[in-house]
Design a protein around this ligand. Structure first.
Ligand SMILES: Cc1ncc(COP(=O)(O)O)c(C=O)c1O
Length: 488
């Protein structure tokens, strides 16, 4: 045992404390008893149940209480003293070391998007997870598990299981007009990984800067910072990415959301789509098309993907994050021929491919028509929610302008200018229990009137109406307070 000049700091605990914690281990089969006692004692110290400074009973007393040999207890004390969990001095006994830090009891959950405590949470980005088709997904998983041949549980093709790539090729061609050979699809864990892979590969090819839309999704800049290239923010106009700024920037790759720009909600016009492709051909460049919510359009059939117009100059990416659930972490990247090998190599080094069972389940889910069925159900629900939002804004906040196309999971609402300073308004909204972000949060220059990004798809119609009523009440209160103060 180690000796220490420091005396124990706590009074000796009654032997029963250690006795109770170690009792189950003392009942282990004789051969495993010594190790079990050591593990239980270590666990009690690490979890904090035996706090630093706690004095342990003498080996003779504890052995008697537990009904085990004294040698096992002496051995356990010695082992844990050697590991630093216990201290002892001749004459003073054995106690829990003061330097031992109790391990946290359980893992914390730092996931974004967990309930914020707001009465109504309009923060955009999530589909309605309560619509997740649990029964159909469970059936697809069960069948995948029982039917998969054993070798499929080995390391997968890093591009993805062939049956999933085949199913996705059919789905993307039919729903989004993507021109796709299954050999050029890389299954990945979402748009996030697809864009990261592209960042690494293009950086290795000497592209040190990549264009991103401004305003736009803040995540691209962070992803590229990890992968190497610098993100160059490029302004938008009413038709899409501003072409003069793009041409002047010198970048050869640009990430875009042409079907439904995030966050402004506009769709690129046909003219701007054509000019974007002309640019890509002229600079021998690449347009990355993030089709994050392209399935949902409420006023007409969705416009096909840009990729269909020029598959050699567009890398197309999407995922199930907006259609099924972001927690599945499943997405796809459809790439031009010349980039395929490098991207597949990068995907292999990154993670050796996505989980085979999840891929097999999604392949079945798509092939059986369950994916289409689910999208139809969501489409109906989300259209109703958007209509509810627009009607509630008209009723409670007259003069509010809803902009962007009727699509996706969010809308932009620009409030009438009379409601006063933006910061004060946003404070009032938060105080009244509504979580909401201004358009400027995503990089847009604040206009005279306040524009809000309102995610509606995850909210039941009654919650949407309640949320708008709360916004209206908060705005009117502020207006009223302002009028009163100017009269004084
Ligand atoms: C513009 C945009 N693209 C893509 C995604 C989804 O990324 P992933 O497919 O990795 O979940 C998001 C998520 O919020 C997004 O805002």
């Amino acid at each position: 045992m180690t000796s220490s000049p420091r005396p124990p700091v706590a009074e000796a605990d009654p032997p029963s404390a250690a006795w109770e914690l170690l009792l189950p281990a003392a009942g282990a089969p004789a051969r495993a008893r010594g190790r079990s006692l050591q593990a239980a004692l270590r666990d009690a110290v690490r979890s904090g149940r035996l706090a630093p400074g706690t004095r342990l009973p003498s080996s003779r007393d504890l052995a008697g209480d537990l009904g085990v040999s004294r040698g096992l207890i002496t051995e356990a004390y010695e082992q844990l003293a050697a590991e630093g969990y216990l201290r002892s001095t001749r004459g003073s006994g054995t106690w829990v070391g003061e330097a031992v830090r109790a391990a946290p009891r359980g893992a914390r959950d730092l996931a974004p998007g967990r309930p914020t405590g707001a009465r109504v949470d309009f923060v955009a980005g999530s589909p309605d997870l309560s619509l997740f088709p649990r029964a159909a997904w469970a059936a697809a998983q069960r069948d995948a598990l029982s039917e998969l041949p054993h070798p499929t549980l080995g390391y997968p093709d890093p591009r993805g299981l062939p049956q999933l790539r085949t199913a996705l090729a059919g789905l993307l061609a039919r729903r989004r007009g993507v021109v796709v050979d299954p050999e050029r699809i890389i299954v990945c864990s979402g748009v996030t990984q697809a864009v990261t892979l592209l960042g690494f590969v293009l950086h290795a090819r000497g592209q040190h800067a990549i264009g991103v839309e401004d305003p736009g999704s803040p995540q691209y800049e962070e992803l590229f910072a990890t992968a190497g290239p610098r993100a160059v923010r490029l302004p938008m106009d009413a038709h899409g990415l501003a072409m003069e700024a793009l041409a002047a920037s010198g970048v050869r790759t640009v990430v875009t959301t042409p079907s439904h720009h995030f966050p402004s909600g506009i769709a690129y016009t046909a003219g701007r789509r054509a000019r974007l492709l002309d640019w890509a051909r002229a600079v021998d460049g690449l347009v990355v098309e993030d089709d994050y919510d392209g399935d949902f359009r409420y006023d007409r059939a969705p416009v096909g993907a840009l990729q269909g117009l020029d598959p050699e100059h567009v890398a197309y990416t999407g995922s199930v994050s907006k259609s099924l659930a972001p927690g599945l972490r499943l997405g796809w990247l459809v790439v031009p021929d010349g980039l395929t090998d490098e991207l597949v190599a990068r995907k292999r080094y990154m993670d050796l491919g996505n989980p085979a069972l999840d891929q097999a389940a999604l392949a079945r889910f798509v092939a059986r028509g369950d994916y289409d069925r689910h999208l139809r159900r969501c489409q109906r629900a989300y259209k109703e929610r958007r209509d509810t939002l627009v009607a509630a804004l008209e009723e409670h906040l007259p003069g509010t302008e809803v902009s962007g196309i009727a699509a996706g999971l969010h809308a932009i609402a620009t409030l009438p200018g009379r409601y006063g300073p933006h910061a004060a308004l946003l404070e009032r909204f938060a105080a009244s229990g509504v979580a909401v972000r201004p358009l400027s949060h995503y990089g847009a220059a604040p206009g005279e009137a306040l524009s809000l990004v309102l995610g509606y798809a995850h909210l039941a119609p009654a919650r949407i109406a309640e949320g708008v009523r709360l916004l209206a009440y908060a705005a009117q209160e502020l207006d009223h307070a302002r009028v009163q103060s100017t009269r004084r």
